[in-house]
Design a protein around this ligand. Structure first.
Ligand SMILES: *Cc1c(COP(=O)(O)O)cnc(C)c1O
Length: 495
């Protein structure tokens, strides 16, 4: 028998990505590629390049879920090709999102009647949720001002300087002034009394944070509600509260059911929560819930005919995946109140373990509180020899990603490290991390002092002409572009 082979390309014959010409040629980067490449090679080279990303499980910078049960992974993959917006075609998926909205509203004590459905929607994350909630406040305020014949072109929102960057985005994109209550050393959340002092007739809402991104601390929403009620009564204003419960919304109901922060407080008109944080779903899901239909202006709602009945929609985006909504529903029915409570308790236990371990080194001051989101924020007692930024950098060698950053105004001179405890960060990992912290400190102790580290302050000019106090540590940080992305709180690495 004569064997004839027609080898048009030696790659075909060898069939191994690393034996092909692709292993020695550079990959397309800037221009749309002319030709194609075999699927196995494309898979291999993309996969390999991704090896250089950090390991999500060791990414202690993020609140966002990095582990789910296999059953849920299967549901996610099974619905990866479903466009959520095709509600007519995928009515069950729409139904699951509506169930989730109702369950969350119930969890947050929304005054929803027995046969009523709650008002809310699934979003891509808390950022989209906050854009929608902010828009609703802006429209409501404008309508009221117009009806009173008053100007409505200068709206503002009052928050703490510890707000997450999405509030700054909302303010800029939707032309609302952001009035920030400054922080101070030792107090890193919005002071309710100062917030209420700052409101005026143009304030569309006060945004309180349940679980500050920087320290995990819960702001005192009840106290804010009381002070703002007094102010409204005195002035005849009608200023509402929004609670940004991105991380705390799935903590407080399970661990601190007595804490009043939600719709039990009359001025709280809307709440957002990230399904992909302690809602325990992979990145891509958030929720916003309103107190009642009256709090969501009709002009923001579009109506889609869905199997002959009306399905209101009020999101910024049109098409998106269905998987995250399906996964959220899975988690709710799989875990229930009992399961969420156990997971959050475990997270708190492991946060406590880590806190005690760090405390024992004698080198850190713990800044985060015992009540709040399960995380540990801490600063160095003595930064004269090395700083938190050096520690963050040195921990990388063990694979840990721990962010270091400076606090916002007026506490910029405080720099901290933060470890977020997620469901998949267990006791043994916490022990391991403590021992790696000890190793890093010992190593840094041995190094000769770094000339650039001083604790002195410098005064720098800000864009608006004012001046601010910065410490040398921060200035030094700014020349290190790689670490800046991790160190700066206004980046996704500390979301
Ligand atoms: C994470 C976070 C956000 C942004 O949420 P995404 O779901 O990432 O869009 C907003 N506010 C707070 C307090 C957060 O922690």
């Amino acid at each position: 028998m004569v064997v004839t082979t027609t080898i048009s390309d030696s790659d075909e014959h060898i069939r191994c990505a690393f034996a092909s010409r692709y292993a020695t040629s550079s990959l397309p980067r800037y221009k749309f590629p002319e030709g194609s490449m075999p699927k196995d090679v494309a898979y291999q080279v993309v996969k390999d390049e991704l090896l250089l990303d950090g390991n999500p499980r060791l990414n202690l910078a993020s609140f966002v879920t990095t582990w789910m049960e296999e059953e849920c992974d299967k549901l996610i993959m099974g619905s990866i090709n479903k466009n959520y917006v095709d509600m007519d075609e995928y009515p069950v998926t729409t139904e699951l999102q509506n169930r989730c909205v109702n369950m969350i509203a119930h969890l947050f004590n929304a005054p929803v009647g027995e046969h009523e459905t709650a008002v809310g929607v699934g979003t891509v994350g808390s950022s989209e949720a906050i854009m929608l909630a902010g828009l609703a406040f802006k429209r409501k305020w404008q309508a009221k001002r117009k009806a009173e014949g008053k100007p409505c072109d200068n709206p503002n929102i009052v928050t703490g300087a510890n707000v997450q960057v999405c509030w700054e985005k909302f303010a800029r994109y939707f032309e609302v002034e952001l009035k920030e209550v400054k922080l101070r050393e030792g107090y890193y959340v919005m002071d309710p009394a100062k917030a209420v002092e700052m409101v005026d007739e143009n304030t569309i809402c006060v945004a309180a944070i349940l679980g500050s991104t920087l320290t995990g601390e819960f702001e005192d929403v009840k106290h804010l509600n009381d002070l703002l009620t007094e102010k409204n009564n005195e002035t005849g204003w009608d200023i509402p509260i929004h609670v940004d419960a991105a991380s705390g919304g799935f903590i407080a109901p399970f661990l601190y059911p007595e804490l009043e922060w939600d719709f039990r407080l009359p001025l709280v008109k809307s709440i957002n929560v990230s399904g992909h944080k302690y809602g325990l779903v992979y990145a891509g899901i958030g929720w916003v819930v309103w107190r009642s239909k009256d709090d969501l202006p009709g002009e923001l709602v579009f109506h889609i005919n869905y199997l002959g009945s009306d399905q209101p929609t009020f999101t910024l985006n049109f098409s998106k995946g269905s998987s995250q909504i399906i996964a959220q529903y899975y988690q709710f029915i799989r875990l229930g109140f009992e399961g969420y409570k156990n997971i959050m308790q475990n997270c708190m236990e492991n946060a406590k373990l880590l806190k005690e371990g760090l405390d024992k080194t004698g080198r850190f001051e713990i800044i985060s509180k015992d009540v709040g989101v399960p995380l540990v924020t801490f600063s160095l007692k003595d930064s004269s020899k090395f700083t938190v930024f050096h520690i963050a950098e040195a921990l990388r060698k063990f694979g840990w990603i721990v962010p270091a950053y400076t606090m916002p105004a007026d506490a910029e001179h405080i720099s901290v490290l933060r470890v977020v405890i997620r469901e998949d960060f267990t006791h043994s990992l916490a022990q391991r991390l403590v021992s790696d912290f000890e190793k890093v400190i010992n190593e840094l102790d041995e190094l000769p002092p770094r000339a650039s580290v001083k604790t002195a302050h410098v005064t720098v000019d800000k864009e608006d002409g004012s001046q601010m106090k910065k410490n040398i540590v921060q200035t030094q940080r700014e020349i290190c572009s790689h670490w800046r992305s991790i160190a700066d709180k206004k980046t996704s690495s500390v979301c």
